[in-house]
Design a binder for this molecule. Structure first.
Ligand code: PEP
Ligand code: MG
Length: 419
């Protein structure tokens, strides 16, 4: 429900009064049967469910609320960015006062029906040539997405995170999709099934994702760099008064040499393009700190990074050693038995995960005093976690568009508390 709210959706989770009949697409509540297409309304704050469509208004910052937010902005030291993958979300976040994008997840741009075939082709390629051909289809899509996002952000900083797709979310499972992919790629269904079987991972969250993809397939990082840089050059040409400095973020790094390897590809590709365009545009290459080893070796990693962004979703799952997708099944027992007070994926565990964040900030800045520090895990929109980020000396928090106002307020409260 918390994540849904951050996405601007209201949610009532776990309504035990509903008798669901999923197979027949109907449910019963308070003696009434609702079928697919019938209206109900939800109040995500109280958990109430109403019969019919209750009139609603869109959330806006204005009036007294706007005044309080204006006061908050005078006090806060932390900047507030947003996690957005589309021009629509970026524009929404700007309206709520976001000062940039702290996380643009590039794999999210491929979930649409019309795009997923292209990324499946890339994933199921078994030669560099095949992969390059699939990437050539993806490149203009990415470039136009990035241009749209840059336009929506009107020259504010935008951090683009390179591909981090847990592969199991993309490979086809339906027979019809497998057949289509086989015919798209000129392969047999058996060949595609073989490739898919080879991609199977027992633990995809700890599998072939993040920068590991770019280490095995450098052409992916090269394509994404071209898309980012070409988009920034095009937008800079359209808006000479904006100072475009694209920020490229390498995910899931756990070793400095891993980052250096991917960064070298980015730098070579970007420098060639910028030179060929006769431009002097600057760009930054940084990394996410989301694996405990990255936090522990942050002094080495910081030598190769212009910025760190704490990916506290993964950092939490890897520090606790439980999966963010599965922990919901047993965390209830931990709350009942008073072992944990809250969901560590919603509220940053300051004692453990926070210690790693603090350590990484200190280690990183000890070798790179200009290192820019932010957070882009879900915790970036949680008030107690925002206060922790303030105390720890981060430069910004980044959260879902609809959580931007609460992050602005929490950042101001944290600053005022110190006065
Ligand atoms: C994170 O791990 O905190 C993060 C922001 O990346 P993702 O949620 O995409 O893994
Ligand atoms: Mg992550």
């Amino acid at each position: 429900a918390v994540v849904a709210r951050g996405m601007g959706k209201c949610c009532v989770s776990g309504c035990g009064d509903i008798k669901m009949d999923e197979e027949n697409k109907k449910f019963e509540l308070s003696g009434k049967t609702y079928r697919e297409g019938d209206w109900i309304s939800l109040n995500g704050s109280t958990g109430n469910i109403y019969d019919g469509a209750v009139p609603t208004t869109d959330a806006v910052i204005g009036g007294e609320f706007g005044r309080v937010m204006g006061w908050a902005d005078q006090f806060r030291r932390l900047k507030v960015r947003t996690n957005a993958d589309t021009p629509h979300d970026a524009a929404q976040a700007r309206k709520f006062g976001a000062q940039g994008i702290g996380l643009c997840r590039t794999e999210h741009m491929f979930f649409n029906e019309d795009r997923i075939p292209a990324i499946r082709r890339m994933i199921c390629s078994d030669t560099v040539e095949e992969r390059e051909a699939a990437l050539a289809v993806l490149e203009p899509m990415q470039q136009s997405d990035f241009e749209g996002i840059y336009e929506a952000m009107e020259g504010c900083p935008v951090t683009i995170r390179f591909l981090d797709p847990p592969l199991h979310e993309f490979v086809p499972t339906e027979e019809a999709d497998i057949e289509k992919l086989a015919s798209d790629m000129g392969k047999t269904v058996a060949e595609i099934k073989n490739i898919i079987a080879g991609l199977h991972e027992f633990n995809p969250m700890m599998g072939h994702r993040g920068c590991r993809l770019a280490v095995t397939y450098p052409e992916i990082a090269a394509m994404q760099t071209r898309a980012v840089i070409k988009a920034a050059l095009a937008v800079q040409a359209r808006h000479p008064d904006w100072n475009m400095v694209p920020e490229i973020m390498i995910p899931l790094v756990g070793e400095a040499k891993e980052l250096k390897y991917v960064k070298d590809i980015v730098v070579k590709t970007a420098d060639e393009l910028i030179k060929a365009a006769g431009s002097d545009m600057k760009y930054l290459v940084g990394t996410m700190i989301e694996i405990p080893r990255a936090a522990l070796t942050a002094d080495e990693i910081a030598k190769e990074a212009a910025f760190f962004s704490f990916g506290t979703n993964d950092l939490t799952q890897m520090t606790f050693g439980f999966s963010r997708d599965d922990a919901g099944k047993f965390l209830g027992a931990y709350y009942d038995k008073k072992i944990y007070e809250n969901d560590p994926f919603a509220k940053l565990d300051q004692k453990g995960v926070g210690k790693l964040v603090d350590m990484a900030c200190k280690l990183g800045r000890s070798v790179n005093p200009d290192l820019h520090l932010g957070i882009c895990g879900e915790h970036g929109g949680d008030p107690s976690s925002v206060e922790f980020c303030h105390r720890t000396g981060l430069d910004y928090v980044s959260c879902s568009p609809f959580r931007v106002p609460i992050a602005r307020l929490a950042a101001a409260q944290a600053a005022i508390k110190e006065m």
